[in-house]
Design a protein around this ligand. Structure first.
Ligand SMILES: [Fe+2]
Length: 335
């Protein structure tokens, strides 16, 4: 009898002290499986929560890992929203029938190329493929005209890539969509013969900057992000945009989708609407992510080469085939 009183008191006290701020999950709280860069997603979430009061828990991983987890969990997944770096992971989840349609008002907020035909997910940001090169090691007039040239014997031992990453695999998916299977396999075999393999785009950038290789295939923002910090891993480098609708000018779309199994459809849709809306897209312009904005009329960071100048190839992102990419990369001995 005696002991129950102090226990009760402790419980009562802790309720009084922490009741309001206790981290008890509310019915409207969202769980986001996040494969986008964590800093960018955190900035989006902070703005969204401030505007709506809806709290969000992030679970971070990479594109492929999180997409596979969603497929495995199926309708039992605790996830309400999925955000990625690239679209092949979105397609993996879409093809498993796990997405609810994106609200039409959200789709309308983004530019026409950034709404995949079926409307099961929407682009939230975009990134361009680039060839980063060491300015002392490689003269501007000796740059490859096409990314596909990097498979030629002349490029043996001179460039690097991070083939295990989802970023690079999205680029391979674009090559596959544009050039077909035999040409892609040929290119991958050339990559295997010529390229030094690194783990992650930052490692590629670092190696190029240090002169270990003359150049590397990465996304543009790795260099801008480094420049915005100390520039120590990019100071000796410059970016070459392939343009001319080359496969190496591929612009990859980061995606967002609402899981059909989510019990918070309204809140989950509101998050996608916020990210693709003026405030969410403004974070791309003013923040340090250096990814491109995709909202109608939304400006990207003025430091970037404008999206319209990149002369990117037209790629139907809903046809990007990540399974075939992995198969071909295995065949070429890259994975
Ligand atoms: Fe990335």
């Amino acid at each position: 009898m005696k002991s129950s009183f102090p226990l009760l008191n402790v419980a009562a006290l802790s309720c009084a002290l922490f009741g309001a701020s206790q981290a008890v999950a509310q019915d409207t709280d969202l769980v986001v499986y996040n494969a986008q860069h964590e800093t960018l997603t955190k900035a989006w979430i902070a703005g969204f929560t401030q505007d709506t009061g809806i709290k969000v828990t992030l679970r971070n991983g990479d594109d492929t890992e999180m997409a596979n987890q969603l497929v495995q969990e199926g309708a039992k997944s605790p996830a309400d929203v999925f955000l990625t770096e690239n679209s092949p992971a979105m397609m993996l989840v879409q093809n498993a029938g796990l997405f609810a349609p994106v609200a039409p008002s959200t789709l309308e907020q983004v530019g026409a190329p950034y709404r995949p035909a079926q409307g099961k997910w929407v682009a939230i940001a975009a990134r361009s493929t680039v060839f980063v090169y060491n300015k002392e090691k490689l003269a501007a007039d000796k740059l490859p005209a096409s990314m596909l040239d990097l498979a030629q014997p002349a490029w043996k031992g001179r460039w690097g890539a991070s083939p295990a990453g989802a970023d690079f695999q999205a680029i391979v998916a674009a090559v596959l969509a544009l050039k077909g299977e035999p040409a892609t396999l040929e290119w991958l075999k050339g990559l295997k013969a010529n390229a030094t393999v690194y783990r992650g785009n930052s490692a590629v950038l670092k190696a190029v900057n240090a002169g270990q290789v003359e150049g590397g295939v990465i996304y543009h923002y790795y260099s801008y992000v480094d420049q915005a910090k100390t520039g120590e891993n990019s100071k000796n480098t410059s970016l070459h945009y392939f343009k001319h609708q080359d496969p190496g000018a591929f612009v990859s779309q980061s995606g967002g989708g609402v899981l059909a199994s989510s019990k918070h459809q309204e809140q989950a849709q509101a998050l996608l609407k916020w990210i693709t809306g003026p405030k969410g897209q403004a974070i791309l312009k003013t923040g340090n992510s250096f990814e491109y904005a995709v909202g109608q009329g939304a400006a990207s960071n003025p430091k970037l080469v404008p999206l319209a100048e990149l002369d990117a190839p037209t790629v139907d992102v809903s046809k990007l085939d990540s399974k075939k990419v992995v198969e071909l990369m295995n065949q070429a001995g890259l994975l």
